[in-house]
Design a binder for this molecule. Sequence first.
Ligand code: ATP
Length: 198
Amino acid sequence: MTKIVGLTGGIGSGKTTVAQMFKALGVPVYNADDEAKALMQSSEILKRELIQLLGVNCYQNEQLNRSFIASKVFADKALLEKINAIVHPKVAAHFEAWHAKQNTPYVIKEVAILFETGSQHLFDFILTVTAPVETRIQRVMDRDQKTKSDVELVIKNQLSEDEKINQSHFVIFNNTILETQRKVQEIHNEILKLIENS
Ligand code: ATP
């Protein structure tokens, strides 16, 4: 059975950058956030359930109306949990079907909120990517045209880096691309060895 490596880290830590490096080594990568967004667009059942919860305005011209949903969630924090309760099981099932089709020693599942949802038990190994908070803020500001306080707010609502690191099998301190590239290769070799010996 193909093992599952959970790849996580706070906003702007470099999860997607690291995931791409594993992909280049031939490791299949599943991005849970991207797949959730795609499913909210393509799954008729999911659409119906979201409309039931949020009203018809959550889709506009057949497209998910993100700003409408964000404003609803902002005004009602419990709503996010309700949305997650609808979306997460669908993504989990979609991932299971994808995972069953893979035949590599392991796959990577990129999940932004892994510890926060208590889903550690779903993974054979967990890899956390981290970088100094000021670096992360700057990288996200450069990438998304967000303000410093936008990014700080997200960081404030995420689990601390230390808590993630303490619960991980592998950690990448994502400073320079070159160092990270080397570390990815090292971790890839180690995972293969661990699987071979298991
Ligand atoms: P999010 O949580 O917001 O999805 P993420 O953890 O997936 O972010 P990335 O998108 O990989 O992070 O990286 C954030 C930004 O920083 C991107 O624009 C990326 O190109 C850049 N970046 C990532 N790692 C490095 C690095 N080592 N050096 C310079 N820039 C980097």
